[in-house]
Structure formats: C-alpha cells, structure tokens
Design a protein around this ligand. Sequence first.
Ligand SMILES: C[S@@+](CC[C@H](N)C(=O)[O-])C[C@H]1O[C@@H](n2cnc3c(N)ncnc32)[C@H](O)[C@@H]1O
Length: 432
Amino acid sequence: MTPAARISAAIEVLDDIIQRRRPASDALKDWGLSRRFAGSKDRAAVASLVYDALRRKASSSFAMASETPRALVLGMLAGLRGMNAAEIAGLCSGENHAPAPLDSDELALLTAFSTQGAPDWMRADVPEWLWPAFEQAFGAAAVEEGQALAARAPIDLRANRLKTNRDGLLASLEHLAPEAGAWSPDALRFQPGHDGRGPSLQTEPGFFAGEFEIQDEGSQLVTLLAGARPGDTVVDLCAGAGGKTLALAALMKNSGRLFATDLDSRRLAPLHERLARSGATQVEIRIPRSRGHEPLADIAGEVDLVLVDAPCTGSGTWRRNPDAKWRVRPGALAERIKDQAEVLARAARLVKPGGRIAYITCSVLPDENDEAVRAFLGRHSGFAAVELGDVLVSQEGDFSLLGRFATQYGLQLSPRRTGTDGFYLTCLTRSG
Ligand SMILES: C[S@@+](CC[C@H](N)C(=O)[O-])C[C@H]1O[C@@H](n2cnc3c(N)ncnc32)[C@H](O)[C@@H]1O
C-alpha cells in the first residue's frame, strides 16, 4: 500500500470506530481480515495512524472545525506528525486509493493549524466530563499534563534481576539503541520511531531466556516502592497477567512467599508461562473457586505486604490506549470506585498487624486515588497512610526526588512529571 492509501484506510477504520462505538483493536482486526492484500507493515502503519488520530481527537477536531474521521486524521498529520499543508495536500490526490483532494477550507485550516482559543479540555485532549478531575489533580499544569498523555509512549523493559542486570541488558540489546531509565534501577527505554512503533523485543533471545519483561517504568517504580523484602509473605491481590508479580519475585530474590491471585482467574493464565521464563520459584498462584470465595483465607491476618494493583479507568495509560480515553463513561468510573473499595477491604483482612497495603492505580483521577484512600481510611480505623518520605527511602535506594509529586496521601507519577505512565501509589499500615 502507498502511504496515501494507508491514510485512506486509517480514515475508514476510524469511521468504523466512531460510528459503531467499537474498540479500535476490533475495528483494526476486521479491517485487516477483509483486506488480505495488506501486509504486516501496512497493518502496523494503519494502526499507528488510527491510534495517533485518537490521541489528538479533540484538538484536531477544533483545529479542523470538524469531527469527521477525515478531519481527525488530516489534523493529526499536522498536529502530531508535523506535516505541513503542502505535504498533506500532496498525499491527497484522490487517485490510487489516496484520500480525496483537500478542499479550500481544509487547505486553509491545515495551513494555519492551531488550537488557539480552544477550551482547555480540547487543547489537552481530555474528555470534557473529566476535565474538572484533571484540574483537581494537576491545577495550573492540567493542560500540559493532558498533552503529555496525548503523546506517544516509549517502550520500557524491566531487567530481571533473577537472570541479569540492567548493564548486562544494555550491552546485549545494544543493536536496538536502548537508554537507561531515569528512575527505576532496572529500567531500559526505547523511543518510538517516526511511525510510532518500537523495536520488536519479544523476538530477542534475551526475552525467551527470561532476562527481561516489557513493563512501563512507572509500573516498575511503584512496585519497587511498595517495599517487599526478601523473606516476606507478600500477596499480589489483583495480579492479572502478573506484570507486578514478576517484578516482586525479582525484588524478593526468590526468598519468602509470594501469592498471586485475581478475581478473574482467566487473567492469570499467562502468568504460568511468564513465571517459568523468569526463573521465579516462590510464587504460588491461587485461583478463586467461585464468586465470594477467598482463596487466601488460610493466610488472613498474616501477610507482610498486600499489593493492590486496583482495577481502574486506566487514565494514566492513555498514551498507550488512546481509545480508552474516549470510551470511558461516568458509569464505568463509578463501578471502578466500587471495585476499589471492595479490593481494599479484602486487602485489609489479609494484612497482619504492622504490615502494609500498597494501593496502586494506573490512573490520574483523584476519585480513584486519594479519594479512594480517604474513603478506605474512613471505614478502617486501624490503618494509616505511611509518610511519603518513608516510602521513598528504602532498601532499594533513595527516591526522595519523587517527593515533589506528593498528593495528600501518596504519590502521583505522570508522563509530564516522570516520563512514565500515570501511576498512583499510597502505602497504608495496619497498626500493631
Ligand atoms: C490493573 S489490573 C492488574 C494488572 C496486573 N497487576 C499487572 O501488573 O499486569 C487489575 C486487576 O484487578 C482484578 N480485580 C478486579 N476486582 C478485583 C477484586 N475484587 N479482587 C481481586 N482482583 C480484582 C481485575 O480482574 C484485573 O485483572
């Protein structure tokens, strides 16, 4: 496919996503299945155009004075990919599957491409209904924070300490030009290429050997700051596919007990194979047998650390999932807040006196973060938030620099603040 034909395809897929309110991944998959002529590079290029257009949906629609899929893709080419009006006009010939030629309005808007005068939520590419939450979280920096969440994300790796270390991995992946992460001692970073894609890391020998996992540096950091120590009894209560379980196992040096569970047992399935690759030997997966069954009842009140990687809107990962940004609804946020209260109450029953709950979300919305913690503390008088200074200085090192990203109870990371996804962490202790 020509670059112009890929743009036509992206407009078509975006139309499907918007008209039928479909997840982007489904629309892209169907498009690929019905266009057998499209090769893997074409599919990846079309996906990248679609995701870029979703990242800048609101700002493009303002600058192009239109919400059509065509306006969103053309606006993105100018606003995110930095193409000028003549370059875009050159792609829109109307021939050989290229988009139709620009009309005079489009040409004028692309020539003077600007979001000046747009409401803040549009400049920030944040859904209008969530704008008050953004302002609550970030104050005067809210627009810049939204813009940073509307950029492309790098790809981060976590060096698996059970098999290697960061320096070793920097050397063995040198051909892919990795950088050392800025915060986590285990993090390596790859910047996205011009087309938004990164290197294909899961075909590297080191991946099969368990030397690394793909994990955002923010996710690595909050896991590290949770404070798991070798020899501890630790629970990963919302383990999912086990990204944090694997990181915890490495931090604990395979010593102590580490239990992984999830309300949805199907989500745990990939963890078996990931554990085998990683060399982690102390992880015990506990499967809930039915709704309401507590698979960790035998260790209630005995756990040193319960890590709660809570179900949330994922607003902190909008760089990677721009589709989710426009799909999230107030009802879904309310549901997640209920889930968060439920999972925290479960954690409270498991932790021992003097033990700790690490409450984590990949969200920047205060209702899921400080407000969820406030509600928990109101219901559980035996718990208190750990001073952030004590969370940031641990056996893993001194992370006091992160203190400037304190919230009332914890810590808020974000693409603009730390160059990571938007993770939140609060540690809570149970009085002895
Ligand atoms: C943010 S995801 C976990 C991601 C995972 N920890 C990782 O690092 O890859 C949240 C998980 O919480 C699970 N969950 C939702 N409600 C729960 C509950 N009440 N108890 C335990 N897990 C729950 C969901 O099934 C989902 O897998």
